[in-house]
Design a protein around this ligand. Structure first.
Ligand SMILES: Nc1ncnc2c1ncn2[C@@H]1O[C@H](COP(=O)(O)OP(=O)(O)OP(=O)(O)O)[C@@H](O)[C@H]1O
Ligand SMILES: [Zn+2]
Length: 623
């Protein structure tokens, strides 16, 4: 029986024809994406466009079943399409690229799709596609998995919650000085070995740390501690010279410095050890090279002498590699040498601080930010996603959709406290959260500007157009959300005579217009966000502002500056617990007060509170 017959039985002939005319976008061809591509094909969707920026890695093969060993290093999108062509009735179009690249994927490109499926693995791209779907009012099916857990969330712009309506879990943070001076968990030592030591020794780019910068945050205000960290950083740079000069015979000196002398110096800081166990430097007699480089079981935890020998052996290997790799080796969990270096260094440090050592295998999980991916969870989530798309598109004749809020999301019990006894819960969708900065707290529109106007319009003229079109009586502020910079506000007007192109606004830039007035009635216009589309010719001056009704609302209570900086900048963060050891570093943000600001063309300028919020939301994951 042909596939079509079964689908017609479920959808009915009319809806089957509709699905044959449906065009969908699938973002991500990884774990969930491979499954979804297969599902959407088996459902006979008319057109499937699939985007992925990456190439295939060995570690993908256990679950990304469309890929084979021979495909390693090939683009995921095109390879996936080649693998499914033979059983597909759909037109499938692959793209290799970053979905956030507005040159390759401008807004109007997204507009061709009836529905978007997210099969991504990071917050930034998820948020970006969520925002695009809000601009163009296209339904989005968001999904994700982590180990045995997973979720799907249908998002109908304007009608249901969006991806950003609920706060996403932010990682627990801990200060740099924990990593540098007072580690108490294996993760602290792993982060030290990977993010400080490894990058300092083998990634030459990191050497130019401007330690004289008076504003640099050291994670502590103790002058003695800062002095020590500065000195330590200088000394680490000297160690790097040993590596680049290929002085293998001096590897024991590296060990002595890191694991004896530095620890002895730390011990002099009596305050640190009043409430903690004192670290114990390694024994200098243990610093001996092993006679031969034997292959060890990566699941075992080796004694300290073995860790030291491993450190020497693997450092020698990395020294040999340095000149061939431009004196720059990046940590990669799948690069045995880099992994074994980090494992040995972190275990030696753990031993010193009386922290349990870990096997190389465990360290790989933690240092590589790995939550083991489970093929079955991906398959399940992709299945839920594809079936739910039929409801969103209203193609299920036995379950017609009367209200978007009748749609269900689905998530595994562990991700909620609602239903501990069930694997899956599927509550109905909530309406948009009125405080959500993405879908509810701003008005949205697309602003068309011709190429010529981009070159000729000054910011001043642009501001005047916005003020007159949307009836702003007093001050406004304008932020470039894409470049994360302030363009103008009540006390910053330095850029008013620059043209829009000089301000680096381009096709795909998103700007945020806010009411800066100080009205007696305490009302403010709702912020409005514009997606800039550059079209038209170089000869014609043209700007089309969208018709928007920007309502006046009571001004939100002002927040104090102190609220903005609850965490130290440049701290190292990790989520707690077992498999969820995702190592992150929080963005380094400026909290400059509202003094009048001046800065040059190239200067990014200090972020304002709103931009800062947007920046704060982005957490850089280290991989
Ligand atoms: N901005 C983006 N644009 C396009 N594709 C993206 C973007 N961000 C992530 N992706 C893709 O989304 C997919 C997510 O798949 P998955 O979660 O299985 O991750 P993976 O990289 O394949 O596997 P792992 O991270 O476990 O090694 C990846 O193929 C990744 O390349
Ligand atoms: Zn929202």
């Amino acid at each position: 029986m042909p596939r079509e017959t079964n689908i017609v039985k479920i959808l009915g002939q009319k809806n089957y024809e509709k699905i044959r005319n449906t065009k969908c976008l699938l973002v991500g061809a990884g774990g969930i994406g491979s499954e979804l591509l297969k599902d959407l094909i088996l459902m006979d969707f008319g057109e499937i466009h699939i985007v992925d920026l990456d190439t295939i890695d060995l570690s993908n093969l256990n679950r990304q079943f469309l890929f084979r060993q021979r495909d390693i290093k090939k683009p995921k999108s095109t390879t996936a399409v080649n693998a499914v062509k033979h059983f597909s009735n759909s037109k499938i179009v692959p793209y290799q690229g970053n979905i956030m690249d507005s040159t390759q994927f401008p807004l109007h490109w997204f507009e061709q799709f009836d529905i978007i499926f997210n099969a991504l693995d990071n917050l930034a791209a998820r948020r970006y596609v969520n925002k695009i779907s809000q601009f163009i009012l296209t339904p989005l099916l968001e999904s994700g998995t982590a180990g045995f857990d997973g979720y799907i969330q249908p998002i109908i712009p304007g009608k249901t919650e969006c991806f950003d309506c609920t706060k996403k879990e932010t990682p627990k943070t801990f200060p740099v000085c924990t990593i540098r001076s007072t580690p108490s968990q294996p993760i602290h030592c792993i982060v030290w070995a990977k993010n400080f030591l490894f990058s300092q020794l083998f990634a030459a780019e990191n050497t130019g740390d401007n330690m004289d910068d008076p504003n640099k945050d050291w994670g502590t205000t103790d002058p003695e501690e800062i002095k020590r960290i500065k000195q330590e950083t200088n000394e680490l740079q000297e160690l790097q010279n040993i590596i680049t000069a290929k002085q293998k015979e001096r590897i024991p000196a590296i060990l002595k410095k890191l694991f004896i002398q530095d620890i002895e110096k730390l011990l002099l800081l009596g305050n640190l050890w009043k409430t903690r166990d004192k670290p114990v430097p390694i024994n200098a007699l243990d610093i001996v090279k092993s006679p031969e480089d034997e292959k060890l079981d990566l699941n075992n935890i080796w004694p300290i002498q073995q860790q030291i020998q491993n450190f020497i052996n693997v450092t020698e290997k990395l020294i040999d590699r340095m000149p061939k790799e431009n004196n720059f080796i990046e940590f990669d969990k799948d690069d045995e040498d880099t992994l074994e270096f980090v494992a040995a260094a972190s275990n030696i440090r753990s031993q010193i601080f009386n922290i349990p050592m870990k096997s190389v295998f465990d360290i790989k999980q933690i240092a590589g930010n790995i939550i083991p991916a489970i093929a079955t969870t991906n398959a399940l989530v992709a299945g839920l996603s594809s079936i739910t798309s039929l409801r969103i598109l209203n193609l299920l004749k036995y379950a017609p959709l009367k209200d978007a809020k009748d749609l269900n999301m689905a998530f595994t019990a562990k991700s909620s406290n609602m239903s501990q006894n069930r694997y899956l819960s599927n509550p109905k969708l909530a309406p948009p959260n009125c405080k959500c900065p993405v879908c509810a707290a701003v008005v949205r529109g697309v602003l068309h500007v011709s190429k010529k106007s981009l070159e000729t319009f000054t910011l001043q003229k642009f501001v005047e157009c916005l003020q007159s079109q949307y009836e702003y009586e007093e001050d406004i502020s304008l932020l470039d959300m894409t470049g994360q910079r302030l363009l103008v506000d009540f006390d910053f007007d330095d850029l008013l005579q620059k043209t829009l192109s000089e301000l680096k606004l381009h096709d795909g830039s998103v700007i945020l217009l806010s009411d800066d007035s100080d009205r007696d009635d305490g009302m403010l216009k709702k912020p409005a966000e514009f997606y800039i589309v550059v079209s038209g010719s170089l000869n014609e001056e043209k700007m089309e502002l969208p018709k928007l009704n920007i309502p006046l609302l009571p001004a939100p209570p002002s927040t104090t500056d102190t609220e903005e900086t609850s965490e130290n900048v440049d701290t190292v963060a990790t989520t707690e617990g077992g498999q969820e050891d995702v190592i992150t570093i929080l963005d380094d943000t400026d909290t400059t007060s509202s003094k009048k600001r001046h800065f040059s063309d190239d200067d990014e300028g200090p972020p304002t509170k709103a931009v800062k919020q947007a920046i704060d939301d982005d957490i850089i994951e280290l991989n």
